[in-house]
Design a protein around this ligand. Structure first.
Ligand code: PLP
Length: 400
């Protein structure tokens, strides 16, 4: 039976590890799954033992609800297993997982490098709160190499932020090259690894801190908001945990329990969705209405060589650039007419989604023009044939 002692899971397959990750007989009284421990107050037998109460192999001490408890610990351990990291801090949203490490590693007078293709709200904190606190951010072309990143480094550059592929535009970054340039000047490398979950092992490519919107594939059912910040070193964990604590960040036990339940089936979902996503992306690529498909797993992607070098597979989120002869109104009508694709933000759930992205992409260092109206597609767990039939009837409504 799994217990609190780390088992040598590494040699086993991903699905096997996901089945066992974070399961502790100590806290679940023998039940397969951990209980949901809701609570603010933790009662202690006496004043002295209060200091060490519940201390586990990571020195996590249960003194108050904000410190987390068994439900959060179980998910933290599972995320470390998925990301290949040492320690994990859970926060209430994926966005908080973006902002907390930035605030933890940067202070007034520091400089930050951020890819121009960063998730929009990540740009917002850089140009908003961070700028207000005297932290300067330079947005860089996401596809630049080691020498160009090195040239952007300043003595006060403390964080090089990365996200690969970029939100909406799907450029892949040369993470090992960026990490070499950053580490040569003593900066931390942060990465939003939500798209690459399981298929990109951040700490094997030089990343110091890996960010996940657990909202997406880990929760997997579009019913939870949650984020994780995983570190390679104990020292970085302490820096982030301290900042998260000072700002009062917390991950609710019910949400952690749901995310853990999602993680149990994630290997199967990811496998299905990878294949389904590629099938639909390839189908789009063969259509005369489509200018190009933005999917790193397709040979047509400009950084496909990086994909083959660094990723073991892809998730089911990609972009479609329509032929420039189509207007926004025509593409809106096509999307509105789809029966099986919901129109909405987020992704990673069991259901397929379509979202217009033209007009929602901010770029200040690179050209945002992709050549035509663009939409983002998330492929869920439906039968691929049904999805393609739906898209086919939708495209038939477009003028030839
Ligand atoms: C959705 C998303 C986030 C934020 O997650 P939320 O839980 O919605 O706050 C962060 N990064 C990327 C790349 C995302 O797609």
């Amino acid at each position: 039976m799994p217990d609190d002692i780390a088992k040598p899971h590494r040699a086993e397959g991903f699905a096997t590890r996901l089945t066992h990750a974070g399961r502790s007989s100590t806290h679940s009284h023998g039940f397969v799954n951990p209980a949901v421990h809701r609570g603010s107050t933790v009662l202690h037998p006496d004043c002295v033992s209060r200091r060490e109460f519940g201390k586990d192999r990571f020195n996590r001490v249960m003194t108050y609800g904000t410190q987390g408890g068994p439900t959060q610990y179980a998910l933290e351990d599972a995320i470390c297993e998925i990301e290949g990291g040492t320690r994990c801090v859970l926060v209430g949203t994926g966005l908080a997982a973006v902002t907390v490490p930035l605030m933890a590693f940067l202070k007034a007078g520091d400089h930050c490098l951020m890819p121009d293709s960063v998730y929009g709200p990540g740009r917002n904190i850089a140009t908003g709160l961070m700028a207000g606190y005297g932290i300067e951010t330079t947005f860089y072309d996401p596809v630049i190499g080691e020498a160009e990143i090195a040239a952007l480094m300043r003595p006060n550059t403390k964080v090089v932020y990365t996200e690969s592929p970029g939100s909406h535009t799907f450029e892949l970054q040369d993470i090992p090259a960026i990490a070499r340039a950053a580490h040569a000047k003593g900066a931390k490398v942060l990465m939003d690894n939500t798209w690459g979950i399981h298929h990109f092992m951040p700490f094997e490519h030089g990343v110091d801190v890996s960010i996940q919107a657990l909202t997406k594939y880990v929760a997997g059912h579009s019913d939870v908001l949650l984020g994780s910040i995983t570190t390679r070193s104990e020292e970085d964990y302490v820096t982030i945990r301290t900042a998260a604590g000072q700002m009062g960040h917390f991950a609710a036990p019910d949400d952690c329990w749901l995310a853990l339940r999602g993680a149990r089936t994630m290997a199967v979902r990811l496998k299905h969705q990878e294949e389904a996503g590629l099938a639909v992306a390839r189908w789009f690529e063969g259509r005369p209405e489509v200018l190009r498909v933005l999917h790193p797993g397709l040979p047509s992607h400009p950084q496909h060589a990086l994909f083959k070098r660094d990723f073991t597979g892809s998730c089911s989120l990609f972009g479609v650039v329509f032929d420039p002869r189509y207007t926004e109104a025509e593409i809106f009508r096509f999307i509105d007419g789809l029966a099986l694709f919901g129109i909405g933000a987020s992704w990673g759930g069991f259901e397929s989604l379509a979202l217009p992205t033209t007009g929602f992409v901010t770029r200040t260092a690179t050209n945002p023009d992709l050549g035509g109206f663009t939409a983002r597609f998330h492929i869920g767990l439906e039968d691929v044939g049904d999805l393609i039939a739906d898209l086919e009837q939708g495209l038939a409504t477009l003028p030839k």
